[in-house]
Ligand binder design. Sequence first.
Ligand code: PLP
Length: 412
Amino acid sequence: MSDNGTAYDVAKVRADFPLIENLAKGAKPLVYLDSAASTQKPRIVVEALSDFYLKDYANIHRGVHFLSQKATDAYEKARETARRFVNAREAAECIFVRNATEGVNLVASSYAKSRLKPGANIVLTTMEHHANIVPWQMALEGTGAELRVVPIDSRGVLDVEAFGKLVDENTVIAAFSYVSNVLGTVNPVKKLTAIAHDKGAKVLVDAAQAAPHRKIDVADIGCDFLVLSGHKIYGPTGIGLLYAKREILEKMPPYQGGGDMILTVSFEKTTYKGIPDRFEAGTPHIAGAVGMAAAMDYMERIGLANIEAHEAALLSRCREKLAPIPGLKEIGTAPGKAAVFSFTLEGVHPHDIGTFLDADNIAIRAGHHCAEPLMKFLKIPGTARASFGMYNTAEEVDKLATALEKIVKFFA
Ligand code: PLP
């Protein structure tokens, strides 16, 4: 049994993460509560990377030799794993990118830019990460099209009615986060997608903060595009996924040009490969794709529903333990929120909270969390944020509470 009363064995999970295990052993064990920034890596992911480099590595697609074919097989097998992980219809709808950020940039540049004319618009929400704001602003520049922003309430709940009014027949794309990296709000992505589709708009779901915590099902959501990052789902950095529907991808021009995405090249005319190759110019992060697939396999083995339940228990303990702390205010109280706990402490700057906690070997994040428009809406410079992963324990939550009580006393 785990420490939160479910069948989930957190001690066993922790044993899979060498860094967590090793840093928890010292006189001052590390409490890692920064998984929303990036997760730690299980041994199996690191081994998948090293095994690939030590046993199977070569460049892919272009080689006729045995090793190149073996590496190509591993890369394409990783694509099939990604397909399964997000429940896409076919592997060709899964494009390997560097991260969620690159996925948004690809769609903004290749899909949206040419459709943005005076009178057209793009719809975002107040709670977006800069990765789901700036690429759209860059695409909008000089087009005469408009950016519309859906409001949220003081709890961090999206105004779905306003969404339905802001999205209209001139909306090129509505792009919104599945889970907010600051508030933990879980948006009703299926409902939002249906509303946008009713108006003829396309939908991009930013699943960077959802994929670590819950099952992603693009077939169920019905979205046109979805992005996620490998490093936030216990996989390597430098690799992510863009899911897009085949019929849309087939009509999109390439994002970048170069090797491996062409059929023929001449100085007069170049022709491109089909999907997904057309969107993966140059040598990709082959080992990264293999490592991300290992992480996806691992998460599925632990069980997405188990991870979600474990983290929900940690979040409710966190709320219970931190609520009585004088001056502490939870930022983001949407019902059913994910395991991201942002807060402020009266009279203490978020950076000071982070520094004091660090002195107690507790790693959290402090600042605007790449969500400056949201901070402006909340009228705060930033928050302190504890975020949970599958390896965190109730005891670690208690340590956070004790350390925060100390900080409050220090500043009193
Ligand atoms: N979207 C959200 C909600 C995020 O929290 C982040 C990163 O924190 C991103 C997008 C961008 O992820 P990456 O930096 O891996 O591209």
